[in-house]
Structures are given as C-alpha cells and as structure tokens.
Write a protein that binds this ligand. Sequence first.
Ligand SMILES: Cc1cc2nc3c(=O)[nH]c(=O)nc-3n(C[C@H](O)[C@H](O)[C@H](O)COP(=O)(O)OP(=O)(O)OC[C@H]3O[C@@H](n4cnc5c(N)ncnc54)[C@H](O)[C@@H]3O)c2cc1C
Ligand code: FES
Ligand code: FES
Length: 1351
Amino acid sequence: MERRETVGDLNRIQAGSISDQLIFFVNGKKIVESNADPEMTLLTYLRRRLGLTGTKLGCAEGGCGACTVMLSKYQTHTQELLHYAVNACLAPLCSLHLVAVTTVEGIGSVARKLHPVQERIAKAHGSQCGFCTPGIVMSMYALLRNNPTPRMADVEDAFQGNLCRCTGYRPILEGYKTFTVEGGCCGGRGRESGCCLTNENAVKETVEEDVSEATSLFQAADFAPFDPTQEVIFPPELISLIKGQKSRSLCFYSDRVVWWQPDSLEELLHLKWKHPNAKVVVGNTEVGIEVKFKNMLYPVILAPNFIPELNTVDHTEAGITFGAACTLSQMGAVLRQAVQTLPPHQTEVFIAVLEQLRWFAGRQIRNVAAVGGNIMTASPISDLNPVFMAAGCRLTLMDRDGSRVVQMDDHFFTGYRKTALSSQEILVSVEIPYSKKAQFFSAFKQSPRREDDISIVTAAMNVTFTPGTDMVEDLRLSYGGMAATTVLAKRTADSLLGRQWGEELLQDACSSLAEEMTLDPSAPGGMVTYRRTLTLSLFYKFYLTVLQKLTEQGVCVEEISSDCLSATEIYHPETPSSVQIYQAVPEGQSQDDVLGRPLMHLSALKQTTGEAVYCDDVPLYENELYLAPVTSSKAHARILSIDASVAECMPGVVSCVFAEDIPGSNATGVAVCDETVLADGEVTCVGHIIGAVVADTQLHAQRAAKAVRIQYEELPPIVTIQEAIAAQSFYQPIRTMQKGDLEDGFKQADHMLEGEMHMGGQEHFYLETNVTLAVPKEDDEMELFVSTQAATKTQVLVAKVLGVPANRILVRVKRMGGGFGGKESRTTLLSTVVAIAANKLKRPVRCMLDRDEDMLITGGRHPFYGKYKVGFSSSGKVVAVDVTYYSNAGNSMDLSLSIMERALFHMENSYSVANIRGRGIICRTNLPSNTAFRGFGGPQGMMVSENWINDVAHSLGKSAEEVRRVNLYMQGEVTPYNQILENVTVDRCWDECLSRSRYQERQAAVDQYNRQNRWTKRGLAIVPTKFGICFTATFLNQAGALVHIYTDGSVLLTHGGTEMGQGLHTKMVQVASRVLGIPCSKIHISETSTNTVPNTSPTAASASSDLNGAAVQNACEILVKRLESYRTKNPKGSWEDCVKAAYFDRVNLSANGFYKIPDVGYDFETNSGRAFNYFCYGVACSEVEVDCLTGAHKNLSTTIVMDVGNSLNPAIDIGQVEGGFMQGLGLFTLEELHYSPRGVLLTRGPGSYKIPAFGDIPSNLTVSLLRDSSNQKAIFASKAVGEPPFFLASSIFFAIKDAISAARAESGLSGPFRLDSPASAERIRNACSDRFTKLVPLAEPGSFTPWSVQV
Ligand SMILES: Cc1cc2nc3c(=O)[nH]c(=O)nc-3n(C[C@H](O)[C@H](O)[C@H](O)COP(=O)(O)OP(=O)(O)OC[C@H]3O[C@@H](n4cnc5c(N)ncnc54)[C@H](O)[C@@H]3O)c2cc1C
Ligand code: FES
Ligand code: FES
C-alpha cells in the first residue's frame, strides 16, 4: 500500500522539515487544524465542523454554485491580495493553507448589518426559495472585491457558475445592475427622466403611459450605499504568517489518503518517482468528481501549489509559457493583456483560447482549475486540447531524471484519458505560440447550453497561406468529441495542402471530413449524426471566416455572398433588458395595507445571509446517524440475494435496513398502494430503493452502501413509450373525453392532417435535494423534519410503515429549497425509509440525497407522446380533433392518472373546437415513477395542441398567429368537458401582447432578416395558454388555518400550505394583515406542521393561495368579530389595547379557519360537473435566432401578458411568471434526460443535465400583468399563478420551429414537419436540412444499439 511507503516520510514531520498543521482563516477567525482530512472538502468542514450552514450543498460537482465562497490569498511577489470565488464542494480542505475563507455569514447578517449584495438581491426579489442565494451573493461579493465598479458583462461572467431554479434570473440581474456602471448612473434617483433601473423608456416605446400602471418592483434609491472601503479586511495576522513562513512542505494524512504539498520541484519529482501512482491535484475539479462519483481512491496526493516552476508565466520568443498549475482565470488574464498589446497577427491563437475560456465552466471552476489539469485529464471533450493541438503547443515534461519537450499532436493522447507521459513524469508547462502573418486560427465549441457546459463537439482550425496568396501552406484541423481522444483530421488537412481557398476546396474538405470524422452509431454521448454534421458545419464557418480575413488583407479570393456573413459571427451575449408592468393599487389604499403591493418575500433577507434554516441546516442531534440508500442497478429483475456482510463491518456502520425491518406495512403509494417502501423480491426500476445503510457519518454510510452486494436475475425491461405500446403495458383506466361528433366534424372539414410529437420529461432540479431528519420520541412518537410539499401525506405514510396511528407522527416543514411538484409525493420514498431506520435504532437519522441519487430515484415530469388528426376549414378554423396521449408513468401509478386527466383537460389549450376527442393512455414502464411537476400534465396536453394548430397554419400557408387567433375561445363557449367559460380574458391578453411586442413590425423585420441571411434565421411565435384552477381530485380542494393572537398583540399564523420559495407565507401574512387590519410586522409564520393544521392537501395545483388564503381569511374574520366590540368601545385604542381588553374579558384569541372551494367536481363517466373553479389566461410572444449550422439559438425577445386577477403581490406574481417561464424554456428547448436502452439514467447532475442559466434569459423580457381583471372566485379577487405561466415558454419552441421552417425553405422544403421537444441544438441542426446534412446520412434504425433512447 502506497500510503505505508510514505510512513518514512511522515517521520520527517516530527523532525520539523514537514508541517502537518493546516492554518487558515474563516470569516476572520484563525483555524489551526492538526488533523486535516485529505478527503474532506471545504464545504463539509464549514457545514459540519464549523456549523456554518449558510453555504449550501446543491450538487457536489461544481455545477450549481450553491456552495460558492470567496477565498483570498496574499501574494508576496506582488504584495497584492487575490480574491476569488470557488466551489466549496470541490475545494479540498488541505488546499487552504494560509488562505482566508469568506462565507456568506462573514459579510453580513440580518441581526448585525446586511451587506449591500445581500440587501439588493433580496429587495429586488431575486431570492425565492433562497437555496441558491448564498452562492449568488458570494459570486457577486467576490466580483465586487476585485472590481467595485463592474460592467454588466462582468456580472454575467461572475454568474456563469451559478444556477437558480426559481427566479428566472431577471430580478437577480436587475438588483445587481445597481452596482454596475450601466445601472449605477443614478442609483434609481433619475426615474423622472427615464432610468435604466426601471426601464421606463422601454415601456414608453411600446405602450401609452397610464397612471394606474406601475413598472418598478423595488426602489433602488432605498438601498444602502455600497462603500468598497468598508469591506472586511484580510486578516493582518495572516499577512504576517505568509511573510514569515519558512519554506516547508506540508503533509496531511488519514487512514486512507496522504496529502503532500512539497515546497520544491525537486521534492515533487522525488515524490512522484517514489509514488508513480500519486495524483497531482491542483483545482481538484476533475479528481474531486472521480472520487465523489466514480468511487476512485487515490492514496497519495501531490499538490504543487507552492512550486514556482509550475505557477509562473514566461513570455518567450515563440509564445507565452504557462506553468501547468496556472489557473484558467490566470491564463485568461495574461492572454487578454497580450491581445491588447501585441500586433493582431501574433495573437490569433490567444484569441481562440480566450474564446474557449469564455464558455469554459463557470467562474468558480476557472478560478481554480489548472491548464495542466485540463491537458492531463485528457478528456476527449476538453475545450482547450483541440486548440493546443491545432496550434502545436509545446509541453515541457519532467521526471526525477530530467526533462523533455513534446509538441501536442496526435501522438500525445494515447487512448481514452491517457497521455504520453510516463507514470513518474509530470507536466511542468505549456507554451502557446504566437501566430504569424498569413496564419488564421479559429476555435469552436458546441454544447447543449452555451454557458458552463461540456461540449458536444469542439474544434480548432489553423491555416497558414503562402504569403500574399490564398494557397494553403499548412493546415491543422483538430476535433474533440469525435473519438476517444482529441484528434486531428490529418487526411483531410493533408489533401488540402497547396490548394486554393475556394468553393472547390470547401466541397472536397466536406466530403473528406464526412469520411474521416466518422463515429460508431452506438458511440457514447449519442447524437452521432449531429456530431458528424458539426464537423462539416464548423469547417464551413472557418472557411467563411478565413475568406473574410483574406479579403480584408487584400488577397484576391472568391467573394462571400452577403447573406452568408452572419455565419461567421461569434456569439457574444447581449446584456438583457426587461420591463415589468402591473396595476398600481387603487388611489387611497392605506400605506399600511400591503395587499397588491410588491412586498418582498418575508424570508428573503435571511436567505441572503445564510440565516434561513433549511432541513439539512437543523443542527446535528447528539447520537444522530446518517442514512445512505441502497438502490437497484437493474431496471427489472428478481432479487436473488442481498449480502450486507461487508458493509456491516465497515468503519462507522451501525446497521443496515431492509424490508424485514418494517414494523408496519411495506405497501405504499400516494394515490394507489402499488409500491413498496423497500423492494421485496423484485425491483422494477434502476434506483428502486432496496435498503439502506446507517452509519455515524455521511461518508461512512455512503461508502458502505456501495459495498452491499445484490444478485439479480434480470427480467426484460420496458423503458420507452413505444416499447410499452408494443407490449400493451398500460395502467388502468384509460381515460377518454369527448365533445361533439367527430365523424361529422371531419366530414365538415375542408382539410385534414395527421401528426405526432414526443415530449421529453424533465427533472425538477430543485436546488435543495430531498432531505428528511427523523427523531424518535417516547410512546411511538416520531418527529420528522422533511423538505416536502405534503406534510400530511408524509405523516400518513410514515405512520403506515411504522404501524402506528397518525397522531404519533409529527411532520414539520420550515421551508423548502424549491419543490415544483417534485416534493409532492416522491419525498415519501425517502422519509419512510429514514423513519424505519430511526425507529429500528431509536436514534435520530438524517439523509439528504446526493444530487445524483435524487435524480436517479425520485422521477420527474412525464414524457408524453401525442398522435393527432385534425380537420379544419380553409380559413384555418379547426372543426375536429382526435388526439391520443401516451405518458411514460414509470414503475408505479403515483399521480399519473390525475396528470393524464389534466393533460386531457388541456388538450384544446385556448381553442374552441366543436368536435373533439382525447384519449389518455398511461404506460407502465421500468423507469422510476414519474410524478407531479409544475403544470401537472397541462403543458404536455397543450404542447400537442399547439403542434396541431401550428401544422394547420403551416399546411394552409397562413400565419400561425392568424390561425391561432381565429380559433381562440370566446366568452360563453364550452370546453370539451362541458364547462361554460366565463370571464374569458385570453383575447385581451392576446391583443395586449400583440401590441406590446409590436408583433406586426417584428414579423416584417424577421421576414426581412431571413431574406438577407442564409445561415442564421429568425423565428417569431405568439402562443396563448388557459389553465384550469382546482385540484381535479375534488376532496383536495380544502384548507385549514390556525391563528393565535398573543396578549402582546403579536399574531402567530399557521396554515396548511408549505413554503417552497413561491412566497405563499408572504401572501398569507398579507391576507391576515388586511383582514386583521394590522401591519405585517406583527404577524409571524413559523412553519407548517401536522399538529397545528391537520389533514392538509399538498401545496400544489397552484391553488394554495386560493385555498389557504381563504382559510386564513376565515380564521382572521372570526377573530375580528370577537374583537369587534373592544374596538368599538375604544376606537382610539391601539391593536394591543384591544387584544389586551379582550384577553382580560376571557375571549378566545385563537381561531381555526377552514375553506373548501364550492361547486366543483367533475365526472369522467358522464362528462359533466365543474372541473375547475376558474381559469387563468396568458399570452406570450417570442422571437429567436437560430444558427442553422450548429443548431444553437438565441432567445432574442419575449413579451408576456398574464392574467393573475388582482395581484396579491405583483413582485411575487411576476417572479412566478418569470420563474415558470424559464423553467418551461428549459423543458421545451434545453433539458434532456438520457436513458440507456436498459433503463439506466445517464444524466444525473448539472454536469450532464442542463437547466437554463443566466445566459438563457431572453435579451428583452417584458412581463405585464393584465389590468382590470378581478376574479370573484378567489381570495381578494386574485388568481393562481404558480403553474399557469409555465406553458408560455412554448412560444420559444414555436419561434424556433418558425426559424427552422425558414431554413428548410432555403432547401426547398415546405409544409408541416415533426420537431420533438425539447428543441435541442441537435434537433434544430438536424431539422435544418442542407448540403452538409446530406453528406451525413442517418444510421439505419434497428441496426445498432443507441447510447440513449427516447423514453
Ligand atoms: C463543473 C465543471 C465544469 C467543467 N467544465 C469544463 C469545460 O467547460 N471544458 C473543459 O474542457 N473542461 C471542463 N471541466 C473539466 C475540468 O475542470 C478541467 O479539465 C480542469 O482544467 C481540470 O483542472 P484541475 O486543476 O482542477 O485538475 P485536477 O482535478 O486537479 O487534476 C486533473 C488531472 O490532471 C492531472 N494533473 C494535473 N496537473 C498535472 C501536472 N502538472 N502533471 C501531471 N498531471 C497533472 C491530475 O493528476 C488529474 O489526473 C469542468 C469540470 C467541472 C467540475
Ligand atoms: S454544491 Fe458546489 S457547485 Fe453545486
Ligand atoms: S431562489 Fe434560486 S433556486 Fe430557489
């Protein structure tokens, strides 16, 4: 064992030449750690050792930014301080020697003083669930520490590594704009003359000014000023320590791993010679992932942080040499400087590297990841290696016996993640050469998402011409993503030498590349045709770019047609601008009455400082244990044996839990009892929970869980909808909804068409994964802290599995870090198992699922497949529709029936169709059970209808806008479920959206753009939505509230809803405040719990404000009535006087409220009854630009008009509209879950599953809440808002489809075509059929096993 070999070296620690003391500072406090564990991350240390829980765990893989902290170092050579944001989840604790760490707690607190970065994000409504907020705050803070007057571009760059699933990002940027040069001009004080903070100018452009309209959701003038001189100082003691430190190696060790930080190159080489398998670790952004997710163990780690040769930058004759441990941020800064100072012909390669760095990971990763780490990882999809290879960079390698210099070419990478280095060698430096005259260089990266994403294909191309000519002298084309290593397209390049740069060369190059850059149809990563096409498309872009540059240099070349020029443009993001418009409260409304005003989320300030407590932030109980689930690796199998003997003997393990440990019933399920809590004999999906290991720490539990051996007998799995159809594997019942006479309808139609589409599923990706802490108590009682939307359901199912009455189970929910439906039913998968363990061991047990476990186990949005037949008139009026939906429900029913029903309830979206039939078939497959997700089947139902209406327009050659308008519902029309529509506002939303978006003008501009550009196309779409409000399970339409007034006048409010960021508690306080007539500050909501309000419905269906709001109103009205006489008696007395008087008069100051929605309930059998209480309407118009060569697209503009009734809180409602829209944008354009043909989920974290990031916001985003639309069916005339706006994001999808149509028209293709959702870059490129796609024919389906399948 290598670790043992180091024992001799460890003796030197005692001798004093090596130190084992890790000294660092956290928030100004010195920490001396003598037992630093080489396997511990900074995040674990902060959260578990120091109790600093403000820094959050969202993914543990550097992909979400929730764990962002700032590190500061004093650099002795420059005497400067370096501040940089990092991901604490990847930062090894041992790498922090003499570093100052600042966490969100260190910069401000609600109790002390908020830092402006905390205050502004909160007040700008940029924190909903708040789980991402500390990370975002710290990214901004680190930026400001380096640059107190940033530009918006710097802010966007700083946030490339941060994700938020709730807000839609706009309010965060808006709040932080106030720190920037662009936004700080007047600090919001110049509103009179049109200020950039409120964008009033933009509003004025589109609409008439109206006094009842408000456009500002916060007052920037109220923000505390930002004074950069007041920042926390770098600890002076640390400067002294750094200045006084003697050159000394460091060594930290645990039972499993030794961490060496040698102080000289010689020592590093010696150690590497002695331990050839030792891992050199710099940023740990690759090694950290291997250890955490690939179960790798590296017993010896060498950290070269102290070694000058690996950290210096030299400017040489031939180029710039970077030490291998230089970070990417450092490299970027040096190259930027060089580009500014050197003649342009010398910096072609530098510019290409910078272009790659622009889209390389996020800022936090670039701040620590080393250039050497990227090279030595030898990833086939590295962004830099193709550039280094095409440029012929020189690498200096060294071992104990000497050094050698090699050029990076196709001999350097010897296999998948292998290089030509011997095991005792290290990479010392890389030299990036200057380019010369007549040399042109370009680099390309194509990834599913533009920012912070790994590439699908990367390429770098380097051509040198005989000076003054267009004769190719040298050419190197290198590609990543096309083989197991970065490769050179040598054959193609060689064949072009000596040729003229012209059309003939292009044609030959493409034909040759199509032959040379092939891929096996089963290649890992899939997208084979797309990847192959990209190699040609990217070459074409290079070809055009070079033609352009040659022309600029006066070389006589073929003229580029002006319509091709846009293909050479390099994408640079535009700073988004936005407008929010809502109805001002009526004149005369008291200032104390905050209803209808943009009140900030009541927890927002705490969320920005890390003081808001989430479930896993609850301090550890003494004696507490951690649970790690043991899950199935097979989609369908019989369990032959389970062997936990090895696991049970592993360090820290206390017990294992399997089905036999269940005291109550193993049968579970939220709607139908068709699941087991722990698999018993058979598994029906990968991720099926079989058991669990309980240990003293998370690490011990997780390690042991991996050691549980399970033998299976595999059974054939059903994975896809198509497989389920073939096997007739369906759940019952099959629902049908019909209105009118189909046969007759089709007879009346002038035209008919048929079509189909598939919609992929969606992962909830709440930033806080599922978590449960179960604490056993006396008398079979158990208290559970759960991150759930369904406290009662959790209580019921835990009681059932434990075999105790529900009155022994207390479920408490403080807040969730996002839910979106994902915590409505599937949370019980975890809470029941944790409860079994706590019950068995009679000790508190906790589990927070890792992101990969959460994605694997808990299911997501149902994939849908829809087939339709439509009959329509020549004017575009749809007269008959027959549609069949299939959903992929997975291995249990869960909520799939209600979800399918909602799809049927939305099958006509906002269109009146006289004759319509919908059938809903729920497929039983061997995927983890799919479940509720914002929209609950509605978006899937509407997506298919938008597809058929689009097809109708397309086949008639009419504008889709016209056809949609002709079919829009009107007041009094009847839905397919026989509900008469009242108070229809979709037409008003439509007209307002048309005018605010300047639709006609925009359409003309799009048409003109498309005429002028061959390779980029624009598209425009306007789409309506109608969303029914009610639980379709009628009994759920009830809610309770409990209100206590204490004798000091303070009010404790409880209701049945849970807070997941949507601002429900804030709205409930607003409601209570109005009814009681007291300020919000007197009202407090502590948590949701099953012992205050019993039998609650899940917080779902967008109905929580309606239901709980009315229950709160009811309770408060009871109390008001009880207090009435005391107010009358003492009209001038204060609220407190009145409360006191009532108390002394022995009045009950506590009241229960209750509400049920009247007159609802629908019967499928008879197609009668009121399905919905009312409807929400909205319309969105979006414009996009598609790069036809790569399939990438830009979201140029979106205008949304949404009817939310009389908004209870416009800031929260606009937040829901924008957040829902961005989540929908993810569903329809970006997010793809990949499953293998054997049902294994391949996308299990932010690295492979991409949700929208900051850069995906439409460049112009206008959100307007429809005015004068009071709704008599809900609390204070408001409307629900959580789900209804979600579908509006389909306007982006249909705008993309519109752009693709324009591209296809160039190839002579017209009429409807199939485009499945999401409209990923791959699908867009493949649909834009052209001369390049023709060179890459599709592999024959069925002739190979694909890497992933459409489920
Ligand atoms: C969230 C995230 C996003 C990412 N995005 C991208 C991206 O967009 N594009 C991309 O290309 N990559 C990306 N990566 C991959 C990774 O960040 C890079 O490869 C990074 O440059 C690795 O550097 P590091 O210092 O962190 O390497 P480490 O993890 O410290 O080391 C990586 C490997 O290099 C070896 N090594 C390091 N230095 C030397 C040396 N001097 N001599 C010999 N061996 C050495 C190590 O032993 C190890 O095998 C991403 C990673 C994460 C986690
Ligand atoms: S938890 Fe560290 S980046 Fe996600
Ligand atoms: S507020 Fe950003 S993830 Fe919830």
